[in-house]
Design a protein around this ligand. Structure first.
Ligand code: FAD
Ligand code: 2HG
Ligand code: ZN
Length: 475
C-alpha cells in the first residue's frame, strides 16, 4: 500500500467502524503489538475494533480490494506469535474484543452461541447460569477469547474427557477475505451435507477467515468433583495410574496432569499463596480430578480406593485429597501457575509436543537424557496434559546460568527434541499451541510435501490475495 493511500484507507475504515472503532495513536495501539511471551514486536497502520460481524466483513472487503494485510487478534494469549503483525507498519490489526455478545443459550438443545470476542470465562459462566457446562478450560481463560480458542483449536485440562475445541463446535459464522459472511451457525448434531467447510477454520489461526461467532456444545453441569495431588515414582507409574482410574471411575476422569518436582518448587517459590500439598518432596506428581453430573456419585470414595490400591502396587507414593472447594482451587492454582512461575524464574525454551500416551515415560527418559548430556545450563520442567499425551517439554535457565548463552542453544535443543518426537515417537511438534509465526519452519520440515501442497491450495481458494495473517502457518 502506498503512503498516499493511507489517509483514504483510514477514512474508509473509520466510516465502517464508527466512533471508537479505530485506534491510530501509538500509545493506544501498543498493547496489541507485542505477543504475551515478548517474542515478537510488530507495528500496524491501525487497530480496528469492529463490534458486529457485518463490520468485520466490511473491513475485510476494503482490505482485500486495497491488498492490505489483516491480522486477527483475540485475547493475545497465544504462544506462537500468530496474533502479532509484522514490523512493516503496513498491516491492519483487527481485534475482536468488542464483538462479545452471547447470542443464545439453549439448555434443551445443550448448545450456546457466542460471538468471537467473548472471553472464555464468560462463556463458561453463561453455560453455568443455564445449569449447563462448557468444558474448555485453560490457564488463560480469563483473557483468551472464543475466537482465539477456535482459531488455535485450543486444548487445556479437560481434553481427556471432552476433546479439543474442534470437538466442541457445532457451527461457525466467518467473515471471508473478500467480505462475504459465511453463515453456518447451525446447532445441529448431525449434518452430512458435503464438505465440512467450517472445520477448515478451526486451527487455521486466522489465515483462512475471521471467525465472528460460533455455536458450541454444552454438557450437564458437574455437581460432584474429587481432586487429588498424587506423588508417583515416575511417569510410567502415572500413565498406569491413569488407565486404572479410567477403569475404576467409568470415564469420570476429567483431568490428569503430570508435573515434576521442579514445577512444584518453582510455583511455591514464585507465586504468592501457592503451597506444596504434600509434606515430603517427591520426584513426580499427578493432579487428577474426577467429576460427575450425578449428585449421588461418591467420587471421593472411588478416587481414594483406587489410589490406595495403586499404593499397594507401588504406583502411588503419597497423595493429598482435596477436602473442600478451597483446597481443590489451591491444587489447581499450583498447576495453572507453572507457566508464570517459569517466566519469573528466568529464560525458558518451550516445546509443546504430543506422543502416544503409552510412550510418554520412554520419551521423557530419552529426551531427558539428551537434555542432561547437552544442556548443562538448563533444567527440565516437563509437565502437562499427560492424559492426552501432551507434554510441555520445557527447559528453564539453571540458577546462575548466562541467559544469552542458554537461549542460544534454542535451535539445537528444538531440533533434537522435535526430531525425536516426530521421527522416533510418531508424535507432533505442536500439540495444542499451533504454528503461528514461531513454527512455520517446523511445519515445512515435518509435514508431508503433499500435506503442504494441499494446505497452500486451500489458502489460495480462501484468500487468493494473501491478505489474511500472512506469514503465519504457511510462508
Ligand atoms: P490470540 O492469541 O489473540 O490469537 C491466536 C491466533 O488466533 C492468532 O493466529 C490470531 O490471528 C487468531 N485469531 C484470534 N481470534 C480470531 C478470530 N476471531 N478469527 C480468526 N482468527 C483468530 N493453550 C492451550 O491450547 N491449552 C492450554 O492449556 C493453554 N494454557 C495457557 C496458559 C497460559 C497462562 C497462557 C498465557 C496461554 C495458554 N494457552 C493454552 C495458549 C492460548 O491461551 C490459547 O492458544 C488460546 O486459544 C488463544 O486465544 P486468544 O484469544 O488469546 O488468541
Ligand atoms: C499449560 O498447559 C499451557 O499450562 C502453557 O499450555 C504451556 O507454558 C507452557 O509451555
Ligand atoms: Zn497446555
Amino acid at each position: 500500500m502506498s503512503a498516499t493511500a493511507e489517509p483514504a484507507l483510514l477514512d474508509r475504515l473509520e466510516s465502517i467502524l464508527g466512533v471508537g472503532g479505530l485506534l491510530t495513536a501509538a500509545t493506544d495501539m501498543a498493547p496489541f503489538l507485542t505477543d504475551q511471551r515478548g517474542l515478537y514486536h510488530g507495528n500496524a497502520i491501525a487497530v480496528a475494533l469492529p463490534d458486529t460481524a457485518a463490520r468485520v466483513a466490511a473491513v475485510l472487503a476494503v482490505c482485500n480490494a486495497e491488498r492490505v494485510a489483516v491480522i486477527p487478534q483475540g485475547g493475545n494469549t497465544g504462544y506462537c506469535g500468530g496474533a502479532t503483525p509484522d514490523e512493516s507498519g503496513g498491516q491492519l490489526l483487527v481485534s475482536l474484543k468488542r464483538l462479545n455478545r452471547i447470542r443464545a443459550v439453549d439448555a434443551l438443545n445443550y448448545s450456546l452461541t457466542a460471538e468471537a470476542g467473548c472471553i472464555l470465562t464468560d462463556v463458561q459462566r453463561a453455560a453455568e447460569e443455564a445449569n449447563r457446562f462448557f468444558p474448555l478450560s485453560l490457564g488463560s481463560q480469563g483473557t483468551c477469547q472464543i475466537g482465539g480458542n477456535l482459531a488455535t483449536n485450543a486444548g487445556g485440562v479437560h481434553v481427556l474427557r471432552y476433546g479439543m475445541m474442534r470437538d466442541l463446535v457445532l457451527g461457525l459464522e466467518v467473515a471471508l477475505a473478500d467480505g462475504r459472511l459465511l453463515g453456518t451457525l447451525t446447532t445441529l448434531r448431525k449434518d452430512n451435507t458435503g464438505y465440512d467447510i467450517k472445520s477448515l477454520f478451526l486451527g487455521a489461526e486466522g489465515t483462512l477467515g475471521i471467525i465472528t461467532a460460533a455455536s458450541m456444545k454444552l454438557f450437564p453441569r458437574m455437581v460432584g468433583a474429587a481432586t487429588a495431588f498424587v506423588a508417583v515414582p515416575d511417569p510410567h507409574a502415572a500413565v498406569q495410574l491413569l488407565a486404572r482410574l479410567r477403569e475404576a471411575s467409568g470415564e469420570c476422569v476429567s483431568s490428569f496432569e503430570l508435573m515434576p518436582r521442579l514445577a512444584v518448587e518453582l510455583t511455591v517459590r514464585h507465586i504468592p499463596a501457592v503451597r506444596d500439598p504434600l509434606d515430603a518432596a517427591h520426584a513426580w506428581y499427578v493432579l487428577c480430578e474426577l467429576t460427575s453430573a450425578r449428585a449421588a456419585d461418591d467420587l471421593d470414595t472411588t478416587l481414594i480406593e483406587c489410589l490406595e490400591q495403586a499404593r499397594g502396587t507401588g504406583l502411588v507414593v503419597d497423595a493429598a485429597i482435596a477436602r473442600n472447594a478451597s483446597e481443590r482451587a489451591s491444587m489447581w492454582k499450583l498447576r495453572e501457575s507453572i507457566p508464570e512461575a517459569q517466566r519469573r524464574d528466568g529464560a525458558s525454551l518451550k516445546h509443546d509436543v504430543s506422543i502416544p500416551v503409552a510412550a510418554i515415560a520412554q520419551f521423557i527418559e530419552r529426551a531427558g537424557a539428551w537434555v542432561r548430556a547437552n544442556v548443562p545450563d538448563g533444567r527440565l520442567v516437563a509437565y502437562g496434559h499427560v492424559g492426552d499425551g501432551n507434554l510441555h517439554f520445557n527447559l528453564n535457565q539453571a540458577p546462575g546460568a548466562d541467559r544469552a548463552t542458554f537461549l542460544a542453544r534454542g535451535e539445537a535443543v528444538k531440533r533434537a527434541i522435535h526430531d525425536l518426537v516426530v521421527r522416533e515417537f510418531d508424535g507432533s511438534f505442536s500439540a495444542e499451541h499451533g504454528i503461528g509465526r514461531l513454527k512455520v519452519g517446523e511445519l515445512e520440515r515435518y509435514a508431508q510435501p503433499v500435506e503442504l501442497e494441499l494446505m497452500r491450495a486451500i489458502k489460495r481458494v480462501f484468500d487468493p490475495h494473501g491478505i489474511l495473517n500472512p506469514g503465519k502457518v504457511l510462508r
